[in-house]
Design a protein around this ligand. Structure first.
Ligand SMILES: Nc1ncnc2c1ncn2[C@@H]1O[C@H](COP(=O)(O)OP(=O)(O)OP(=O)(O)O)[C@@H](O)[C@H]1O
Ligand SMILES: [Mg+2]
Length: 636
């Protein structure tokens, strides 16, 4: 019966896009967080029961006082009873405070447990997950929903537990005093429960809509207020329209706020009215019974006082149910994220890599980006249905080998699959067929930390965290001292730039490194790479054209990064390809030509065309001196 009621409540409040059956499994899973707090929970239960006993005692004592007055008992007895009531009031306050402290402790601890669990889980998700989800939606899951879930838990504790104990105890005492009066007072109960259900549903619907709007606004803000997002908005958006759209959502939240507090207020007022009516009934009926001598006057007073203590928990329980239901949805939203199994995990018998230089090998590799279904959630992507485009094979039968210490360059048209190949080396994705091997070992059999230590990657966009230069560099070598940092910066040809800044290493790089130029940012990421001392370097050269001065600085930095290491470089510069031990020409996910610069030029195929159109634009002077620097790189 209760299950059915909760289920229907849940269906009423979920919106179309999330129509999944409510499951008791969620409740069971919440239970999994209980054992850690068994001590606090037991203490809370004891305090609640003690509190309920104390609360019921006062009305009974008040009745005794009235009886003592009517029967003309001693003054000492009356004053004694009054003192007892005062004592009980103090005890009630103390127990109440203790109860609040315990329940908030339990609730906050739950937030902590949930947050850290979700954070750790999201961190373990593959890169494919992050390329799909919207940051704002994810952050909202971590904040709003975790707090919502905690509220459910605390509510069950502080409201439901306390009030159920109170309700049962009050009823027992009332029945003990006068069962006729108790039954009469309860006849009004349906009048009170029917609108409670209706109003509860309405309220839950409003709350859900408001949560959705909040998440929506958070998503918009995180996207628009990041440096690149703000830049885009400045260049392309119409601010007036943007702010109007934002205002529409914000005003809807306001309307919902007003409406739900109105609904809530009318609910509480209705309940107060009903309990006042019940009170009149007790006075009328109880008074008559007292006049006929069936009931003592004091009992009528006790019953009246107990009645208010009966309806109060009922009111609480009715409204708590609504909040618990909406908060259960929060739990589900959190569990939904926790249920996403990371696609890439260490196998139980994962090994580390052998010491010394490492080769890189692709054997008959086929690869398609994972489907949305496999890696993400519609609600995090902010779409109604996950797109099914995935599964298109990007790389077909890729086969090549980079001997330890060799430099292999990848060239090809935009969209050919070069960055995709690069992403497979540090196992950012798993292949669908074939094998990627580092030092002759399948990457799927290697530990993630071993791969991370061995492979250094500089991506096309050169991302930096919004922290100091020092913190960004230390990401690669946490124990490096300033001396080592400056050495890396010098070798990456960016030391002068940092030294010229008033705050030097303490300069905050700005959101996504936006306070540095493209070339500076790239050299900083190269400095980071140098600090990491990887044995394999994967480098996605920036396509952006730099002036010849920073071009040669970047080129010199690359020379430092590559020398003495196994390197896979996606090359946009003639100097890099010229130096490569082997050049792979990639088109449409296949290697169409391979060989050295001279060999491929002689072949007169695709490479020759690329050479003429892409590489010849690089300034010859920059090429000449950087080629030299490529040779001279000192290594580590
Ligand atoms: N995360 C992704 N999910 C699905 N498809 C992707 C993803 N990233 C890239 N692709 C697709 O894979 C193909 C190869 O992309 P890739 O980034 O490897 O090209 P590229 O050779 O590096 O191009 P460029 O020289 O412009 O950087 C493209 O068709 C692209 O649309
Ligand atoms: Mg690319």
């Amino acid at each position: 019966m209760e299950t059915a009621a909760w289920t229907s409540m849940y269906h009423a409040m979920i919106t179309n896009e999330e129509r999944r059956p409510f499951s008791w499994q969620t409740v069971r899973r919440i239970g999994a967080f209980v054992p850690a707090q068994r001590g606090s929970l037991t203490a809370f239960l004891v305090v609640s029961i003690a509190g309920a006993f104390v609360a019921v005692a006062t009305p009974v004592l008040a009745g005794w006082v009235v009886d003592a007055i009517i029967e003309g008992d001693s003054q000492r007895r009356v004053v004694g009873l009054a003192l007892l009531i005062a004592l009980i009031a103090l005890a009630e306050g103390a127990l109440g405070l203790l109860g609040w402290w315990l329940s908030s402790r339990i609730g906050e601890r739950l937030i902590l447990d949930l947050r850290t669990t979700v954070f750790d889980h999201v961190q373990s998700m593959p890169i494919a997950f992050f390329t799909r989800t919207r940051t704002g939606a994810l952050v909202s899951r971590l904040n709003n929903d975790v707090i919502g879930a905690q509220r459910a838990f605390s509510d069950v504790l502080s409201r439901v537990v306390t009030n159920v104990v109170m309700l049962v105890l009050t009823l027992v005492v009332m029945l003990g005093i006068s069962w006729q009066l108790t039954l009469a007072a309860l006849t009004l109960l349906p009048v009170f429960l029917v609108p409670a259900r209706f109003i509860g549903r309405r309220l839950a619907g409003l709350q859900r809509e408001s949560a959705q709007l909040d998440a929506d606004m958070a998503t918009r803000m995180t996207e628009r207020f990041s440096a690149p997002g703000a830049m885009l908005a400045k260049l392309f958006s119409r601010p007036a329209e943007e702010s109007r759209e934002f205002a529409v959502r914000a005003s809807r939240v306001r309307d919902i706020g007003v409406k739900s507090s109105l609904v809530q207020a009318s609910f509480v007022i209705a309940l107060t009215t009903v309990s006042a009516l019940a009170l009149a009934l007790v006075y009328g009926l109880g008074g008559s019974l007292a006049l006929t001598g069936t009931l003592q006057a004091g009992s009528v007073v006790s019953m009246a006082l107990l009645l208010t203590r009966l309806y109060a928990p009922l009111t609480e329980l009715a409204s708590a149910r609504v909040e618990i239901m909406s908060a259960l949805v929060s739990f589900e939203r959190v569990f939904e994220v926790l249920d996403l199994a990371p696609l890439i995990t260490d196998s139980p018998d994962a090994t580390t890599l052998p010491d010394g230089p490492l080769s890189v090998e692709f054997r008959d590799v086929r690869f398609a980006y994972p489907s949305a279904e496999a890696v993400s959630l519609a609600s995090l992507e902010d779409v109604a249905v996950l797109d099914e485009r995935a599964g298109i094979e990007i790389l077909h039968d890729l086969d090549f080998r980079i001997e330890a210490g060799q430099l292999v360059a990848l060239v090809g048209s935009s969209g050919a699959g070069k960055s995709t190949i690069a992403a497979l080396v540090p196992r950012l994705y798993d292949v669908d067929a074939g094998t990627v091997l580092l030092g002759g070992l399948d990457v799927r059999g290697l530990r993630a930390d071993a791969i991370q230590a061995a492979v250094g990657m500089v991506t096309q966009d050169g991302h930096l965290f919004h922290e100091s230069v020092r913190a960004n560099l230390r990401l690669a070598a946490p124990e490096a001292d300033d001396e080592e940092l400056w050495e890396a910066l010098r070798r990456a040809h960016v030391a002068d730039v940092i030294a010229a800044l008033p705050d030097g290493l303490d300069t905050v790089v700005g959101e996504r490194g936006y306070r540095f130029s493209g070339g500076e940012r790239q050299r900083l990421t190269i400095a980071r790479l140098l600090l990491a001392r990887p044995r394999i370097v994967v480098l996605d050269e920036a396509t952006a054209h730099l002036d010849s001065e920073s071009e040669s600085a970047v080129q010199a930095a690359l020379g430092e990064a590559l020398s003495g290491r196994t390197a896979l470089v996606i090359a946009h510069r003639l100097s890099t390809v010229r130096e490569a031990d082997q050049i792979l020409v990639v088109e449409d996910g296949r290697i169409v030509e391979r060989g050295t610069h001279e060999e491929l030029l002689l072949l007169g195929g695709r490479y020759e065309v690329l050479h003429r159109t892409q590489f010849s634009t690089t300034s010859p002077t920059a090429d000449a001196d950087t080629t030299e620097q490529l040779h001279q790189g000192s290594g580590v």
